[in-house]
Design a binder for this molecule. Structure first.
Ligand code: 2AM
Ligand code: CA
Length: 283
C-alpha cells in the first residue's frame, strides 16, 4: 500500500518537474521548428517533445528509481508501448497538442499521470501558454491553479458546447464513421470546437467550459491525467459505445455528467448504424 504521504511527495515532485520541463516548451514555441512525422503526415513530433519527455523520465527516475514509465515519444521510437503492471507507473505526454505547438496556437500542455496497482492516483496537466495547472489526486477533488473546479450543470446535448477532434479522421479507414458523428453532433449541439489537445479537452470538461468531449483512437498518455482530473472534478468518462472507460485503450466520451455522456453515446451508436447501412447499400 502506498501511503497518502508518499502520494503527496510524488505529487509535489511531479508538479515541480512539470513546471521545469515546461520551460523547454516556452523556449521553443516561437522558434521555427524542424518537424518529423510519425504514424502519418498529420502525426507530428519535434525535438521539443522528445526533450520534455527525456527530462521528465530522467528526473523522475532519479527521484523514484523503482518507478516505471510509459511515454508518447519513447513508445513511438521503440514502436512498442510498455505493458502496464502493478508497479507505480508515470504515463506522460510531453506535448499534447503538438500540431498546435508547431503552429504557435496556444492550446498546448504537458500531461503527467501516476498509476499504482493499475489505478490512477495523480493527474497533472499544465498549459505553459496560459500558466494553467490542472491537478487531481484520487479521492481529493480537482483544481485549476489551486482552486477547486467542477463541470457544468448542462444535462442536454442540445444545450452543450462539444469538443470533437479531426486528427484521427483522415488517418483511418473510418472517415465516413467519424464525419457522420461530426454531422450528427453539429446538428444537435449549441456548438462544436476542435482545440487540438485531448488532455486539455478533458480539463475543459472538468472546469465546466466544455460540456462534452468525444474522440476515438487515442492513447493512454493523451487521457490518463485528464481522466482523473475530470472524474475528481465530478464529471463522467465512459467508453464511446457506453461501456466502462479503459484509459489504456481509450475511446472517449467525457461529459459534465452521466446523463449527457449516455445521450452522446446513444447518438453515436445510432449514427454509426446508419453509416454502416449506407456502406452496405454501396457494396
Ligand atoms: P498529440 O498532440 O500528442 O499528437 C488532437 O486532435 C489530439 O489527438 C491531440 O491530443 C493529439 O495528441 C491526439 N492524437 C492521437 N493520435 C493522433 C494521431 N495519430 N495524429 C494526430 N493527433 C493524434
Ligand atoms: Ca498526445
Amino acid at each position: 500500500m502506498t501511503s497518502a504521504e508518499e502520494i503527496e511527495h510524488f505529487f509535489q515532485v511531479a508538479k515541480l518537474l512539470t513546471l521545469e520541463a515546461a520551460e523547454v516548451i516556452k523556449d521553443g514555441i516561437n522558434e521555427l521548428k524542424d518537424i518529423e512525422t510519425k504514424s502519418s503526415d498529420k502525426d507530428l513530433v519535434t525535438k521539443y517533445d522528445k526533450e520534455v519527455e527525456r527530462l521528465l523520465f530522467e528526473k523522475l527516475s532519479n527521484e523514484f528509481p523503482d518507478h516505471k514509465f510509459i511515454g508518447e515519444e519513447t513508445s513511438s521510437t521503440n514502436k512498442e508501448i510498455p505493458e502496464l503492471t502493478d508497479a507505480p507507473t508515470w504515463i506522460i505526454d510531453p506535448i499534447d497538442g503538438t500540431t498546435n505547438f508547431v503552429h504557435r496556437f496556444p492550446q498546448i500542455c504537458i500531461s503527467v499521470a501516476l498509476v499504482i496497482n493499475k489505478r490512477l492516483e495523480i493527474g497533472i496537466i499544465y498549459n505553459p501558454c496560459y500558466d494553467e495547472m490542472y491537478t487531481a489526486k484520487k479521492g481529493q477533488g480537482a483544481s485549476l491553479n489551486g482552486k477547486s473546479i467542477r463541470p457544468s450543470s448542462t444535462k442536454e446535448l442540445k444545450k452543450s458546447l462539444v469538443n470533437l477532434e479531426t486528427s484521427a479522421l483522415f488517418t483511418t479507414s473510418k472517415t465516413d464513421i467519424g464525419l457522420a458523428r461530426f454531422n450528427a453532433i453539429i446538428e444537435v449541439a449549441h456548438g462544436v470546437r476542435t482545440i487540438g489537445s485531448a488532455a486539455l479537452a478533458l480539463a475543459f470538461v472538468a472546469r465546466g467550459i466544455i460540456d462534452v468531449f468525444h474522440m476515438d483512437g487515442l492513447k493512454s498518455w493523451d487521457v490518463a491525467a485528464g481522466c482523473l482530473i475530470l472524474t475528481e472534478a465530478g464529471g463522467t468518462i465512459i467508453d464511446t459505445k457506453g461501456g466502462i472507460f479503459n484509459f489504456m485503450a481509450p475511446k472517449v466520451i467525457a461529459a459534465a455528467n452521466e446523463v449527457l455522456a449516455i445521450e452522446t453515446s446513444k447518438l453515436i451508436i445510432e449514427t454509426d448504424l446508419k453509416t454502416l447501412r449506407k456502406r452496405l447499400k454501396k457494396n
